[in-house]
Design a protein around this ligand. Structure first.
Ligand SMILES: Cc1cc2nc3c(=O)[nH]c(=O)nc-3n(C[C@H](O)[C@H](O)[C@H](O)COP(=O)(O)OP(=O)(O)OC[C@H]3O[C@@H](n4cnc5c(N)ncnc54)[C@H](O)[C@@H]3O)c2cc1C
Length: 303
């Protein structure tokens, strides 16, 4: 089977296409206002440069040829990360690695810590950004799964307007979001989970640091020994991260026990219609979903 565009984009053992980028202008603004003006001036033909961990390989493969790069790395105000009105707010320059630290006492902090080691390799985590992952919108990206599972909100600004886009509307399909080319994603707001939440995250990739073939996130909210509410998110199985709503439904009112978890995992596997590529058949990914959802739910017992 021939490699797909997805394989090329994800730098999976395909090195013969590695070339140099086509010529581009480089801008290094020092304020958000200057970034927005630059994006507007190039009328959608400029790209924001954050960590560069996805953008630069895509340019080197000449999959994209922006006329200009607008480097946001000198804008200190985009490095914010704090709790505000029931959410943890992550600014556009917060690197993956920063989320390995204790950033909030809410269980969300523990979930972020749990997920970070799965994002690429250490040098990628030091440079790449959480918000850049959102804008890049790889359907297997761990942070996109987290944003979709928890219903995060994306804050976008252009010279014309500021708007908030729910994750559900933001992620459209592979590498495609609701963001306009003249918009800057300034921050992402992730709802805090609260003290009754228990968490689990599992993924499978062939080598450490590779993108996941499939990944599952499970959050259960407890009330007097039973599951009051549940969120089950999946990545790597569709053009964008998805929630397994039938699994969530069956978990509501259940105890934290294996039988309910198995039923939820079976339903999640039935609900998805996974992608097929050189790394795995549809059926293989479906089986991965069943196993990973079950394991992620078992993890909630320990957290
Ligand atoms: C070998 C390798 C393995 C990897 N493995 C994984 C993995 O397992 N899981 C994973 O999730 N990721 C992985 N990545 C990707 C990595 O996490 C990137 O850091 C991330 O996808 C993008 O973040 P960035 O800051 O580097 O964005 P950039 O590369 O700078 O930008 C990516 C895209 O988003 C746009 N963009 C960035 N920030 C903004 C913004 N604030 N507003 C508007 N547009 C913006 C850019 O214009 C560009 O189109 C891997 C990368 C490599 C090279």
């Amino acid at each position: 089977m021939l490699p797909t565009i997805l394989d090329i984009m994800q730098y999976r053992r395909i090195s013969f296409l590695r070339v140099k980028p086509s010529p581009f202008e480089y801008l290094a603004p020092t304020s958000v206002g200057e970034v927005l003006s630059a994006l507007s001036q190039f009328e959608g033909e400029a790209k924001v440069l954050a960590g560069g961990q996805s953008l630069i390989p895509s340019m080197n493969f000449r999959l994209i040829r922006p006329r200009a790069l607008v480097d946001i790395n000198r804008i200190a105000e985009l490095g914010h990360a704090y709790e505000e009105r029931g959410a943890f707010v992550v600014g556009a320059l917060v690197r993956h690695a920063a989320l390995a630290k204790s950033v909030t006492t809410d269980p969300l902090g523990k979930l972020l810590n749990m997920v970070v080691p799965h994002v690429g390799h250490y040098p990628i985590r030091v440079r790449g950004t959480f918000v850049g992952s959102m804008a890049h919108a790889d359907p297997a990206a761990e942070w996109c799964i987290l944003a979709m599972t928890l219903g995060a909100e994306m804050v976008a600004r252009s010279t014309e307007r500021a708007r908030v886009i729910p994750a559900e509307d933001f992620f459209q399909t592979v590498f495609t979001t609701a963001l306009e080319p003249t918009e800057l994603l300034t921050e992402v707001r992730i709802p805090l989970l609260g003290p009754t939440a228990r968490i689990g995250f599992q993924e499978f990739s062939r080598r450490a640091g590779d993108f996941a073939l499939a990944a599952a996130m499970a959050i259960v909210f407890m009330d007097q020994g039973r599951i009051r509410d549940a969120r089950v998110g999946l990545g790597g199985v569709a053009g964008r991260p998805v929630r397994a709503k039938s699994a969530e439904q069956v978990l509501r009112g259940a105890m934290l026990e294996r039988r309910a978890f198995q039923e939820a995992a079976d339903l999640a596997a039935q609900e998805v219609d996974p992608l097929e590529d050189i790394h795995g058949s549809r059926e293989y990914r479906r089986r991965l979903v069943r196993v990973l959802v079950h394991r992620a739910l078992l993890q909630t017992i320990e957290t």
